[in-house]
Design a protein around this ligand. Structure first.
Ligand code: KIV
Ligand code: ZN
Length: 517
């Protein structure tokens, strides 16, 4: 039975690479986006929103590369209701066997008056024109009513009807500002099902932001009211408080078929891998008590719970850790492991890297295996979040020696390669980390400000790698860099260098006005 005909099948539309990437510090480079897209495809995600092609050359290139490599999921690009946006989007997704243009315009009184400065009748005309244009270019068109949940119902019905008449196959009603509550949002979807005459010609979709912590609840309520596509992101990444979390939507449906008798095509066993991948790449940590993918989601601390678990796991466990791909940390490879075994591990972890990046990662792995007895999957993932993978590296970390302690001011002897030339410097600071960052600054002058410095242990034990995340901000642009090493200070230097390299790439991006959605 086709997806559209199967009334219980929920289409999972992942927007980690578009809405997710819009969250502060979450920007990903091309290779990272390809890696995430490959894993989403392997997971069985139906639609991958790969980016906003008009936003920058980098976004265009990423969408177009993903369109060349992803064959089983639909590759979707976002476009505002303008000819330039829509044509650029069509060009970017062109190579994909399954492709979709997602075009949107605001329909709420507030957005039309202040953001668009357009009268409702002009917005309505733009709906028809934009969808028609998109349909001239591709078969599969999605139309979104931005700020749909705060729109006037009569006007929203007219826009939805017009979009379907112009050829939209999917109608998305975003709760753009995360304002809705479940009952109200479900009623909105039911209202559209009941009132729009041609609604049976399209799939209704929901896209919920999490400003009140209700994104997943709203999405599931909407499914019960007739929505058959849910837009979501890995780890709930997204603008402000984020979007509905894919893992929560999918596991909610899987765990409660008695109340939610719907299915998705997602291989839930890949959820943990996807969560770790996105967290490592973006440097945005998952809170320990986060549902499904938090470190504590399957941990049972209290004696009473542990006792119950030993007697029967179902006493305190509503789903198994295995169902989301959570097993004991897997021992990866030893220091005698060769390139082939390492490559196989990268593939199993979902990484699709070019030859140079694999070589770089392999060198780092060997180096780590010399210093750390057991190397786990998490160690390899942490290494890959580092400077070695994917980023165009104008700056490379070469070496670091730090002197610190309680008697004398600390200093750092740092060696970097900048645009191919090795350079070194000694700098002092308020502490060893400050000394390192000052040394980087002396070797590569920049105006970015440090917004976040975060350290966490990748695995347990005193020989664990430290994973450091550094977030830098320059003229409103934020980037996160990661560094991993058994030496926390080396990890800090690597993370800073990684962030700087990302910033240099980002400087080239020019975002048109009002680009966020
Ligand atoms: O939140 C929103 O309204 C969006 C749309 C572009 C779908 O992201
Ligand atoms: Zn959004």
């Amino acid at each position: 039975m086709s997806r559209k005909m199967d009334q219980d099948r929920i289409i999972i539309f992942d927007t980690t690479l578009r809405d997710g990437e819009q969250s502060p510090g979450a920007s990903m480079n091309l290779e990272e986006k390809l890696t995430v897209a490959a894993l989403l495809e392997e997971m069985g995600v139906d639609v991958i929103e790969a980016g906003f092609p008009i936003a920058s050359n980098g976004d265009f290139e990423a969408v177009s590369k993903i369109a060349r490599t992803v064959t089983r999921s639909t590759v979707c690009g976002l476009a505002r209701a303008t000819r330039n946006d829509i044509e650029r989007c069509a060009e970017a997704i062109g190579p994909a066997p399954l492709k979709r243009i997602h075009t949107f315009i605001s329909t709420s009184p507030l957005h039309m008056k202040y953001k668009l400065q357009m009268a409702p009748e002009r917005v309505l005309a733009a709906v028809t024109d934009s969808v028609r244009l998109a349909r001239d270019l591709v078969e599969d068109v999605e139309w979104s009513a931005e700020d749909g949940s705060r729109s006037d119902h009569d006007f929203l019905c007219r826009c939805v009807e017009a979009a379907i008449a112009a050829g939209a196959r999917t109608i998305n009603i975003p709760d753009t500002v995360g304002y809705a509550v479940p009952e109200e949002y479900a009623a909105l979807i039911a209202m559209l099902v009941g009132r729009v005459p041609n609604i049976d010609k399209a799939v209704l979709s929901v896209h919920c932001h999490n400003d009140l912590g209700l994104a997943v609840a709203n999405s599931l309520a909407a499914v019960k009211a007739g929505a058959r596509q849910v837009e979501c992101t890995i780890n709930g990444l997204g603008e402000r408080a984020g979007n509905a979390a894919l893992e929560e939507i999918v596991m909610g449906l899987k765990t409660r078929p008695d109340r939610l008798p719907y299915r998705t095509g997602v291989k839930t066993e890949l959820i943990t891998r996807a969560s770790r991948l996105v967290s490592t790449i973006t440097g945005i940590a998952v809170q320990p008590n986060k549902a499904i993918v938090g470190k504590n989601a399957f941990a049972h601390e209290s004696g009473i719970h542990q006792d119950g678990m030993l007697k029967n796991a179902q006493t305190y466990e509503i789903m198994t850790p295995e169902s989301v791909g959570l097993n004991q940390s897997t021992l990866v490879l030893g220091k005698h492991s060769g390139r082939a075994a390492f490559k196989a591990k990268l593939k199993a972890l979902g990484y699709a890297l070019g030859d140079n990046a694999v070589e770089d990662a392999f060198r780092r792995f060997k180096d780590l295996a010399d210093r750390k007895k057991d190397v786990f999957d998490e160690d390899v993932q942490a290494l890959l979040g580092d400077a070695g993978v994917g980023t165009v590296q104008r700056i490379r970390f070469l070496s670091l020696d730090v002197f610190c302690g309680s008697k004398q001011p600390p200093y750092a002897d740092l060696e970097l390669e900048i645009d191919g030339a090795p350079r070194q410097v000694r700098a002092t600071g308020d502490g060893p980390v400050d000394a390192i960052f000052r040394a980087i600054h002396q070797l590569f002058q920049h105006s970015a400000r440090l917004q976040l410095f975060q350290v966490h242990a990748v695995t347990q034990g005193t020989d664990a790698q430290a994973e450091v995340t550094v977030r830098l901000e320059e003229e409103g642009k934020t980037v996160s860099g990661q560094g991993a090493d058994t030496d926390t200070l080396v990890a800090a230097a690597r993370a800073y260098v990684n962030a700087l390299n990302k910033l240099l790439v980002k400087r080239e991006k020019t975002a048109p006005e009002a680009m966020t959605a």
